[in-house]
Design a protein around this ligand. Structure first.
Ligand code: DP6
Length: 329
């Protein structure tokens, strides 16, 4: 039986950075994100008893088994849970405006969890689906839901899952992604967060920092206060990046243009425009602002980075199941 699902990527406003349990992907802290409408992955999974291993195709390209070990490991989990014995044909398509750059493991594993579990005959609740997606990639646990989403760190496999805190975000919160570099990142988030946990002397206080930032941002969300949300998200992102700069050996995801964007956003703020920045495990900057200021912010960013390198994204939906249209080899 084949099944197709779509999941959107999410950008954390309060970051997940560090695992307590690498196998189960249990984080040290809660985190909170916004699911975006513009970047998503559509995946079809078709179990086939004729196959000798899982076959993975991403954006029309066959991925060799040695490069798809994470996916094969994830599919083994689905087989264990469902009793399904066959391997599967997996086809995944990333919708990322202007190619690469923001293709994410969050949308990828959320879509795979939904399509694979359905195709295997499992009928998971959204919470169970969030737990399953987590086993592929931590941030995927949040992409099961739309809007503003909190991932509860939990204490074990059962208690670590995401929950929507505001599915319909109706107060003008928007993001612009500035595409600074479309290459694959040099240090993966998985490797980068482990290095931070193992070697940054500041990691000890990270859980406390996140707890405070999370409390503050949840109040700001209830107040629908975009400036406060932006301010807290920006500070939290910089605190996360301080964990990479303080690792041994130190490293950073920033590039020269990342700093240029940060300076520009600070400048715009001084002129009275309400905008803030956040960055993940890569150089691209996402700007957080109020929709009503979009024209001025786009114009100012466009002058420096070029309109072609900007993508406007709004709050997006959670998992969607689609009809499986084609399944040729
Ligand atoms: C900086 O979810 O990619 O984007 O669990 O190892 O697959 P793994 O890591 P991943 O890390 C995301 C890190 C982040 C912050 C966040 O999304 O919360």
């Amino acid at each position: 039986m084949a099944s197709t699902a779509r999941a959107h990527t999410n950008i954390a406003l309060i970051k997940y950075w560090g695992k307590r349990d690498a196998d189960l992907i249990l984080p040290y802290t809660d985190s909170l994100s916004l699911t975006l409408d513009e970047f998503y992955t559509t995946t079809t999974v078709d179990f086939d008893s004729q196959l000798k291993h899982d076959h993975l195709m991403i954006d029309g390209q066959v991925i060799s088994p040695d490069k798809s070990a994470k996916v094969a490991h994830f599919m083994d989990l689905v087989r264990q849970m469902s009793g399904q014995k066959a391997f599967a044909q997996i086809k995944s398509v990333n919708h990322v405006p202007m190619s690469a750059g923001l293709a994410s493991s969050a949308s990828a594993f959320a879509a795979l969890a939904a399509a694979a579990s359905r195709a295997a005959g499992l009928n998971l609740t959204p919470t169970e689906l969030s737990r399953l997606a987590r086993r592929g990639s931590g941030s995927a646990t949040r992409s099961v839901f739309g809007g503003l989403v909190q991932w509860h760190r939990g204490i074990d496999d059962e208690s670590s899952y995401a929950e929507p805190i505001m599915e319909k975000v109706d107060f003008g919160l928007e993001m612009i992604a500035i595409m600074i570099n479309r290459q694959q990142k040099k240090v993966s988030s998985r490797g980068g967060m482990q290095a931070s946990v193992d070697t940054s002397p500041y990691f000890k206080i990270w859980p406390e920092v996140v707890e405070q930032d999370l409390k503050a941002i949840k109040i700001a969300i209830q107040e629908r206060n975009i400036s406060k949300i932006g301010e807290i998200a920006e500070a939290n992102a910089m605190r996360m990046h301080a964990l990479t700069l303080s690792a041994q050996p130190p490293f950073t995801y920033f590039e020269a243009s990342t700093i240029k964007a940060i300076n520009l956003i600070n400048q715009l703020r001084q002129t009275g425009l309400n905008c803030y920045y956040t960055m993940d495990a890569g150089p691209n900057v996402k700007v957080i602002y109020d929709q009503k200021d979009r024209p001025q912010i786009l114009a100012a960013l466009g002058q420096v980075f070029g309109q072609d390198n900007l993508v406007v994204a709004q709050p997006g939906p959670g998992i969607e199941y689609l009809e499986t249209i084609e399944c040729e080899d």
